[in-house]
Design a protein around this ligand. Structure first.
Ligand code: B12
Length: 223
C-alpha cells in the first residue's frame, strides 16, 4: 500500500489559487481548514497564507487576474484571520495595541502579528486599517499597553505623523512595522523597528518581554 506524500506549501498555495481565484468560497475555506489543521496556525500563516497574498498581488499586477478575484481572495482570507484574532485571548498578560497608519489599508501582516501575539499569551487590541493617530493615542491612554505596533507600506505614512507617534511613545514602546519602517523614520518617531515577517516579529516582541505564561503551541488549535 502506498501513501500519498503530504502536500507542500506550494501545493497549498496552488489549492488556494484554484479555489479563491475561481470565486469558490466554500472550497477556499475547506483548503484553509486543512492547511491550518495540518501545519498549525503559525506555519500556515508564514508558509502559505501570507506568501499566497503576495502571489495574488503579483498576478494582479501582471494582469493575469482581475481586481474582483484579488478582492474576493483577500476578503475570504480576511474573514478567516478575523476569526483567529483573539481566539486564544487570556485575561492577563501584556497588552499590545495594533493599528495601520492613516491611509494604510494593507492589514494582513498586522493581523498575523496580532494572532500570534494572542496565541503567545498577550491581550491584543486590534484597531485595523487606516487608523487616525488621535484614535491610536486614545486607545494607548485607555489601555496603557506594553507595546504599540503600527504598520505602513511607506515611510512617509509614519513621518507625516511623527509628532503624534512621539507623544504615544512617551508612555509605551512604539514599534514601526512593514515596508515603511526604516531606521530613519523610527528615530524620527522615537520608535523601535519591528523587523522580519509578522510571525517572526511577534515571537521577537514576545521574547523581549520574557515569559508571560506561554501556552503550549505544540497543541495547535485548528482554525
Ligand atoms: C491584499 C492587498 C490589498 C488589499 C488590502 C486588504 C487588507 N484588508 O489588507 C486592498 C484591496 C485594500 C489593497 C489596496 C491597495 N493596494 Co494592495 N495589495 C494587496 C496584496 C495582494 C497583498 C498584501 C498583503 O497583505 N501581503 C501580505 C503581507 C504580510 O506581505 P507584504 O506586504 O509583502 O509584507 C512583508 C513585510 O513588509 C512584512 N510586513 C507587512 N506587514 C507587516 C506588519 C507587521 C506587524 C510586521 C511585523 C511585518 C509586516 O511582512 C511581509 C514579509 O513577510 C499586495 C500584493 C503583494 N505583493 O504584497 C498588494 C500591493 C501591496 N498593493 C498595491 C497597491 C498599489 C494597492 C493600491 C494603491 C491599489 C489601488 N490602486 O487602489 C491600494 C492602496 C490602499 C492603501 N491606501 O493602503 C501594491 C503596492 C505597490 C507598492 N510598492 O507600493 C501591491 C504590492 C500589489 C502590486 N504587485 O502592485 N491591496
Amino acid at each position: 500500500m502506498t501513501t500519498s506524500p503530504a502536500p507542500t506549501p506550494d501545493d497549498w498555495r496552488d489549492a488556494l489559487q484554484r479555489t479563491l481565484e475561481a470565486f469558490d468560497e466554500a472550497g477556499g475555506h475547506r483548503v484553509l481548514s486543512q492547511v491550518f489543521e495540518q501545519l498549525g496556525v503559525e506555519d500556515a500563516l508564514s508558509l502559505v497564507v501570507l506568501p499566497y497574498l503576495h502571489d495574488v498581488g503579483e498576478r494582479w499586477s501582471a494582469g493575469s487576474i482581475g481586481v474582483a478575484q484579488e478582492h474576493f481572495a483577500s476578503n475570504v482570507l480576511r474573514s478567516r484571520l478575523s476569526v483567529l484574532m483573539g481566539a486564544d485571548e487570556r485575561p492577563h498578560g501584556p497588552m499590545a495595541v495594533l493599528a495601520c497608519m492613516p491611509g494604510e489599508h494593507h492589514e494582513f501582516g498586522l493581523m498575523a502579528t496580532s494572532i500570534v501575539l494572542s496565541r503567545l499569551g498577550w491581550r491584543t487590541s486590534y484597531l485595523g486599517a487606516n487608523t487616525p493617530t488621535s484614535e491610536l493615542a486614545l486607545a494607548a491612554r485607555t489601555l496603557q499597553p506594553e507595546a504599540v505596533v503600527v504598520a505602513a507600506h511607506r515611510a512617509t505614512a509614519f513621518a507625516a505623523h511623527a509628532p503624534a507617534l512621539r507623544r504615544v511613545a512617551r508612555s509605551t514602546t512604539v514599534h514601526l512595522a512593514a515596508q515603511g519602517a526604516t531606521d530613519e523614520v523610527a528615530a524620527l518617531c522615537d520608535a523601535a523597528r519591528l523587523d522580519g515577517d509578522p510571525i517572526w516579529a511577534a515571537r521577537a516582541l514576545h521574547a523581549a518581554f520574557g515569559d508571560v505564561g506561554t501556552p503550549d503551541l505544540a497543541e495547535d488549535t485548528p482554525a
